[in-house]
Every structure is written in structure tokens, then in C-alpha cells.
Design a protein around this ligand. Structure first.
Ligand SMILES: Cc1cc2nc3c(=O)[nH]c(=O)nc-3n(C[C@H](O)[C@H](O)[C@H](O)COP(=O)(O)O)c2cc1C
Length: 206
């Protein structure tokens, strides 16, 4: 861990590996920004990482959509933060946040999961970063390989055919969309960190 780097954590759950592929793409995107390091954390290992999460600049949350909402394992993580983060005095306040989800159907009610993650981030007083891409596949010239082919604004979406393994899906367009989200969050986190440092030195000079 480079102490001068801006740290972005990606906290995710994946039952069968598909959302893990999406999470890896988000982490790649974040780490592609100069001066940023990304850290992938599965909710299965979360108890080893509560202290780490207090010290990162941003957290990008991801879960598969199961029965129209985040998976129960991810919800278990969300509920645990009531005790480990919220009750300790809002330890995640003012960090940047963003979200991603993956499911089998084109829609599959993924929007409900992204909304759930956005509300969760707001409860922690975090700054929500949206996807920042126009809808990718809504005209005759676009294709299934277009970035943001599912047309989400709130976060990154991926679709994994139910009969295909995580070696094959999500498809490249969805992984590139996930990379874009990681890079966007990392850039904003960098800007905020630099802005805070600049303000502190102005204050010192005054
Ligand atoms: C319990 C359960 C519920 C599911 N519910 C949905 C759903 O509401 N919408 C959908 O599109 N896919 C649904 N799926 C399919 C998963 O979202 C899909 O297989 C996804 O790729 C799994 O990601 P994972 O491998 O990271 O767990 C469900 C799968 C499971 C196991």
C-alpha cells in the first residue's frame, strides 16, 4: 500500500463469480487513474477490513441482483455497518460512493439494487457518484458492444446469461462499463483529496 496514493475500496458479494468479474473490472478502472490504488474486498472477508475502510477515500459497492434486490449476503454486510460504522459516529461520512450490480435478465430489476445501494450510501453521509455515461444502445447505430448498453445512469449494470459461467459472462461491454465507473470514482476521489489539501494549505498560509 502506497501511503501517498488515494485508496478506493470495492466491496462486493458474488455467489457464483459473475459479479466478482464485474468487481475486478471496477477495481482495474480505479487503479488505471494516476495516484490511485484499488482494493477488492469480498463481503465474505469483511470482518478483517472494517479498519481499512475507515481510511479509504471512496468505496464502490457491488452486489448481484437476487429476487429484485441486493443479495442477502450483501444486505448482511449493509446491516452490519449500522454497528461497525454508523454507530461509531459516521466513519464513512464524506467519502465518495458508487454502485454496480449484475443479474441474469436484461433489466432483472437491477435499478432497485442500485437505488438500495445509493440510499445505503446516503445513510452513511457519502457523496454518490453516478455512472456519467449516456445510454449506450438506444438507436440503430449502437450495438450490444456499446458502453452502458443497458442505459443506466445511477451506476454500472451487467447482464450474465443464467446458463453461462463467470468465465464467459458478463460480456466485454459490461466489463468496460464497470471499468469506466471505477475510473470515474477514482478521478473524483483524487480531485477531492487534492482540493482538501489545497484548502488546508491556504488556511495555513492565511
Ligand atoms: C436467489 C437468486 C435470485 C435471483 N434473482 C434474480 C433477479 O431478480 N433478476 C435477475 O435478473 N436475475 C436474478 N438471478 C440471477 C443472478 O442475478 C445471476 O445469475 C447473476 O449473474 C449471479 O451473480 P453471481 O454469480 O455474482 O452471484 C437470481 C439468482 C439467484 C441465485
Amino acid at each position: 500500500m502506497n501511503p501517498n496514493a488515494t485508496q478506493i475500496a470495492i466491496v462486493y458479494h458474488s455467489g457464483y463469480g459473475h459479479t466478482a468479474r464485474q468487481a475486478q473490472a471496477v477495481a482495474r478502472g480505479a487503479a488505471s487513474v494516476d495516484g490511485v490504488e484499488s482494493l477488492l474486498i469480498s463481503v465474505d472477508d469483511i470482518d478483517q477490513h472494517w479498519d481499512t475502510l475507515e481510511n479509504v477515500e471512496g468505496i464502490i459497492f457491488g452486489a448481484p441482483t437476487y429476487m429484485g434486490s441486493a443479495s442477502a449476503q450483501f444486505k448482511g454486510f449493509m446491516d452490519a455497518t449500522s454497528r461497525t460504522v454508523f454507530a461509531k459516529g459516521g466513519k464513512w461520512a464524506n467519502k465518495v460512493a458508487a454502485g454496480f450490480t449484475n443479474s441474469a435478465s436484461r433489466s432483472g430489476d437491477k435499478l432497485a439494487t442500485l437505488q438500495q445501494i445509493a440510499i445505503f450510501s446516503a445513510q452513511h453521509g457519502m457523496h454518490w457518484i453516478n455512472l456519467g455515461l449516456p445510454p449506450g444502445h438506444n438507436n440503430s447505430k449502437s450495438t450490444e458492444d456499446s458502453l452502458n448498453r443497458h442505459g443506466f445512469f445511477l451506476g454500472a449494470a451487467a447482464q450474465s446469461n443464467a446458463d453461462e459461467s463467470a468465465d464467459v459472462v458478463p460480456p466485454p461491454a459490461d466489463l468496460r462499463t464497470a471499468e469506466h465507473l471505477g475510473a470515474r470514482v477514482a478521478e473524483v476521489a483524487r480531485q477531492l483529496a487534492a482540493g482538501r489539501a489545497a484548502l488546508a494549505s491556504l488556511k495555513k498560509a492565511a
